[in-house]
Design a protein around this ligand. Structure first.
Ligand code: ADP
Ligand code: MG
Length: 674
């Protein structure tokens, strides 16, 4: 169980305590009962069933009723220790079998009525394994070991690690008291205080470490200095900016501006909801780079998206005199050669591309700024490869595809410079999202028709199952036929897009939709990332229950980009799980990507959220970034404040922390940043 030292044993916290004095009545058990402790006399027990179904069944009785106990494993052992007529204290989870309550694999001991005073009343219950249980190390034995350990420990053995003033100001329990009380609390209140202190410690230490990594990175990686904001930026900003920036855009731009003038390498994560306008922020930053004589590149995860960025940016830049080129896997050899030459000679200022940009042959004269769009598609190593293209590492701006919750960002990306754009440009009409089933399909089609009659365009999206391209393709072609049956070819034009297509065909089909030449786009999730067709006002998502929340949100973000009211129809099958129903409900309730991300985190837990790094930052023993948001906020606030005031931890107050961090050196593998 990864327990090698006494320290490990101390950190193996009980997952629950049982109050041995709180014995419930059997008659109190009802459908809502989960874990319960009862005491009763064993009436009888017997082996029933055969082979796989073999089990030991027993009945106990108190003076209010009877309860069935059952064991599927370790039967011969249990059979040996059970004695009819003896009073047992039992703890376990209640399940219902044919409507009757049943306790499977209860913790069981001979019942000794508790006397008040002296004794441990809240008994810790520890997790263990079947194997260890077979060797006698059940929950109770671990409890005994731990208890024994505490009788031998002196307070000084568990050294305080929180700064003294924080301890006092936040009225946190001392560390050694907290450890003891987390295992063997006097009462519930003491336990709560202990856990609060230990969770704070866990989150605070993590935040301190992340901040130290961030600060040390700033020291270690000198960055190019963008000294000034010059003519390129000012001219564009004053004369060609197509709209006024939102406050969030202005704020982030200012953060980037400050960072890039400081002399260290910026490594900034920009969180912004779909459609919050990240691209223009990237462009304006690139203009500052150009003002200082540096080249920039923008890397997108797909060819389609790179292309769109290229078209959009070229258009914006046409009056500026700056050169921008597109480099992807399908760039023709002659053009590629020309681009490579232009980059090394610094006649090309900006290059937009895909993974092709990472290749070694792509060399710059003077790369100063790198934008990575929709970051989770790129690995850390891939991003780092971009750095190596300049003597001094360029500044890096990573823009997310969909937001992740703040708590997750704080822990998983706390070592990065971090910006949030939590505001959409004005005038956006919220997308109306509804859910419909197969029976309502023709109505949905009628509705799509009515939108097309008004001159708008529509998407039909089919799920992508990664394991099988073939199945996807079949699903999609069937879908395509079905859509065609509602939208006959003599009246409507339909395009199709999927991952297996050759990229020039993909491009042509996409282009037909972008230009408005075709009205309907039938696609898999290749369409998901970034595609911008403002005239598209309806999206129908087939088998919506098969998509994750953030993916649905990303997809939906493809509509509602123009001035027209937009709609998203989530078609669901009959076999939706409770969780997928909840996902669909959330989608219908809100358009706010940050809220959706929160829900996603609640539903799935931090381990599964797309785009988070599998880093030590999320392996908390006690704290949870879902349930302990307040403690996390407090820990972050205190950590930032402390390092702001005393970065080298030399103040008397902060010595406990400094000593602790030194003693822990090398024990945690903090991953390197991008
Ligand atoms: P995302 O953050 O999803 O990448 P984009 O950068 O593609 O969003 O912007 C979405 C749309 O909003 C684009 O059409 C863009 O021109 C427009 N836009 C961006 N900023 C503003 C703004 N401040 N005011 C009005 N429209 C804006
Ligand atoms: Mg974008």
């Amino acid at each position: 169980m990864e327990i090698f030292t006494f320290g490990d044993l101390l950190n193996h916290f009980p997952f629950r305590h049982i109050d041995k004095t709180a014995v419930a009545k059997i008659a109190d058990i009802n459908f809502k009962t989960e874990y319960i402790q009862v005491a009763g006399r064993l009436q009888w027990f017997e082996l029933v069933g055969e082979k796989q179904g073999r089990r030991l069944v027993a009945h106990i009785k108190d003076n209010t009723g009877e309860l069935e106990l059952v064991w599927f494993k370790g039967i011969s052992y249990v059979e040996k220790i059970l004695e009819v007529g003896v009073d047992y204290l039992l703890f376990g989870k209640i399940g219902f079998f044919n409507g009757k309550p049943q306790m499977a694999h209860p913790d069981l001991e001979i019942f000794v009525p508790q006397k008040a005073g002296g004794q441990i009343f809240l008994e810790p219950i520890y997790s263990t394994t079947e194997k260890l249980k077979a060797r006698g190390l059940n929950a109770k034995a671990i409890s005994k070991l731990t208890h024994q350990l505490f009788t031998q420990l002196q307070p000084k053995d568990i050294v305080e690690n929180l700064p003294t003033d924080i301890l006092q100001r936040l009225q946190l329990m001392e560390r050694n008291v907290a450890y003891r009380a987390a295992h063997f609390p006097k009462d519930e209140q003491e336990f709560e205080q202990a856990i609060h202190r230990l969770k704070f410690e866990e989150l605070f230490i993590a935040q301190v470490r992340l901040a130290l990594v961030r600060i040390q990175r700033h020291k270690a990686f000198k960055g190019v200095i963008f000294e000034k904001v010059g003519d390129y930026f000012n001219n564009f900003y004053n004369n060609h900016l197509p709209f006024a920036l939102t406050n969030a855009q202005k704020r982030v731009l200012k953060e980037i501006r400050t960072d890039t003038a400081r002399g260290y390498q910026m490594n900034r994560l920009l969180q912004g909801d779909v459609g919050s306008g990240k691209t223009i922020v990237a462009l304006l930053s690139m203009l500052i780079a150009a003002d200082n004589g540096y080249q920039s590149c923008l890397m997108a995860p797909t060819e389609i998206l790179a292309q769109q960025h290229y078209i959009g940016l070229s258009d914006l830049l046409k009056e500026t005199g700056l050169t921008i080129r597109l480099l992807t896997g399908s760039t023709k050899t002659k053009e590629r050669r020309e681009i490579l030459k232009g980059l090394i000679e610094d006649t090309i200022h900006f290059v937009v591309g895909t993974h092709a940009l990472i290749e070694e042959v792509v060399q710059f004269k003077n790369l100063g700024f790198v934008v990575v769009d929709e970051q989770h598609r790129f690995g850390v190593a891939q991003r780092a490869a971009l750095w190596k293209k300049a003597a001094v590492p360029p500044h890096v701006l990573v823009m997310t595809a969909t937001p992740i919750p703040r708590t997750l960002a704080m822990t998983a990306y706390g070592d990065l410079d971090y910006s949030v754009m939590d505001e959409l440009p004005p005038g956006r009409k919220p997308i109306t999202t509804v859910t419909r089933n197969e029976m309502q399909r023709s109505k949905v089609m009628e509705f799509v028709k009515s939108e097309i009659e008004l001159g708008r365009q529509a998407y039909f999206i089919y799920p992508l199952i990664e394991e099988s391209e073939k199945v996807n393709y079949e699903d999609l072609t069937q879908g395509y036929e079905q859509v065609k049956s509602y939208f006959p070819e003599h009246k409507y034009t339909i395009s199709m897009l999927h991952g297996r297509m050759k990229s020039d065909l993909k491009e042509t089909n996409m282009q037909r939709f972008v230009s408005g030449e075709c009205q309907i786009m039938v696609a898999t999730t290749v369409i998901e990332v970034g595609v911008n067709v403002p005239n598209a006002s309806v999206m129908v998502i087939e088998s919506a229950e098969k998509f994750g929340l953030s993916q649905l949100h990303q997809l939906r973000g493809r509509v509602g980009r123009g001035s027209e009211k937009s709609y998203c129809v989530l078609l669901t099958g009959s076999k939706s799980s409770v969780e997928s129903k909840e996902r669909i409900n959330i989608m219908c309730q809100t358009n706010d990507g940050f809220k959706i991300a929160e829900k996603d985190l609640e539903l799935r837990g931090p381990g599964d959220i797309e785009g988070t790094r599998q880093s030590g930052a999320l392996n908390f023993k006690l704290a949870s970034i879902v349930d302990d948001k307040e403690i996390l906020e407090m820990a972050k606030f205190e950590a930032d404040k402390l390092l702001n005031d005393d970065i080298d931890l030399v103040e008397e107050n902060n010595l406990p922390l400094k000593n602790y961090l030194q003693s822990q050196k090398g024990k945690t593998g903090w991953s390197k940043i991008s």
